[in-house]
Design a binder for this molecule. Sequence first.
Ligand code: PGA
Length: 260
Amino acid sequence: MKKLLIVGNWKMNLNTQEASLLVHRLHQHIKTHRDIEVVLAPSLLTLQPISMEIDRRRFGLASQNAYFVDEGAYTGEVSFNMLRELVDYSIIGHSERRRYFQETLEVVRDKVAAAVRNGITPILCVGETSPERAAGETQRVIHDQLTTALHNLTPEEAANVVVAYEPVWAIGTGDPEKPDDIKKVISWIRHILSELYGETQAGEQRVLYGASVAPEFVRDILKNTGVDGFLVGGASLNYQQFAGIVDSAYAALHEGSDHD
Ligand code: PGA
């Protein structure tokens, strides 16, 4: 059975001391479950100290970004190669990077390939903006983002990529997309994957939802949309909220059964 994946994207928040405090609280409040994998994505600055403070059996680590060339004269950048063994995952193609840092479809594709080449699992973000949604372009946008990003991978490499569907218009609003609509897009993503790699692989591939995830929405989204977990922004900065998301996910997974 696929494990549920819950990723906390701290974005450009928390200095070293604040990050350390949050990790301490997460250790106290997040329960470990065999069927839920919890991953933290601190800033690049705090990745290294956090890696020494966390219990790696309880929390995985992700970078929020990295550069696609392995080394060289690229002032200010950090490569996936430098993150090898430090992180398990890397968030790639987040809408904030596409928007504020002009990351094109091709840059995202090269970053996905660089992560894979360096043994890091990409968490590939796809999703439509508000104007794209209004223009009925959601399917096309997601198709282009997904197929370009996976283009240089073998089917075996692509199988390992985690896809995160993030409707850009719902990020940071406190109001997630409705489960019925999430379900349609998740099915579309699996449809694209099945055209590329066959139905079995498409069914096994991990697809997450992200945008305004909070404990009160977890059950509904998990039960009704076919997602395999969540990419959490704002709520991952608050240990009670983040622990609440993990608890609600666990409760939803085990509803109607009495095993731990
Ligand atoms: P949010 O962010 O949970 O604050 O909406 C999600 C994301 O951008 O990954």
